[in-house]
Design a protein. Structure first.
Length: 122
């Protein structure tokens, strides 16, 4: 996990994003425990309440769940849920803009596909 204190993205959002990335990469497998808020806050020298806020975002999205007295765990199905969320973000952040720009430039669908395929071969 890496926290960047010099960007405009709130730290708790960065924490939630980093945990999601760790789940996707397999560093935190489904049904396994993630580091505690105390551990994360100590390692990155940030307020435990900030870490908790990031963790609670993922709990509210049904990606993490709490075992009382034990800690936070990755919920079964979390990888699928995160992938779906990231795919939707990818579509909204990149594809919609790409299609709007292509329309302005009168680039046809087959030309876009050809450009993507060409870029995939490099």
């Amino acid at each position: 996990m890496q926290i960047d204190f010099d960007i405009d993205i709130p730290i708790y959002i960065q924490i939630a994003s980093q945990i999601e990335d760790s789940i996707l990469s397999g560093a935190f497998a489904e049904e396994t425990q993630i580091p505690s808020t105390t551990e994360i806050s100590t390692v990155y020298k940030i307020n435990p309440a900030t870490v908790l806020k990031g963790v609670n975002i993922l709990a509210s999205q049904d990606i993490l769940y709490k075992k009382r007295g034990v800690g936070m765990f990755v919920k079964a199905g979390a990888v699928k849920k995160i992938r779906e969320k990231h795919r939707q973000s990818f579509y909204e952040d990149y594809i919609v803009k790409l299609l709007a720009e292509a329309k302005k430039l009168d680039i046809k669908e087959q030309d876009i596909i050809r450009m993507i395929t060409k870029g995939d071969q490099s």
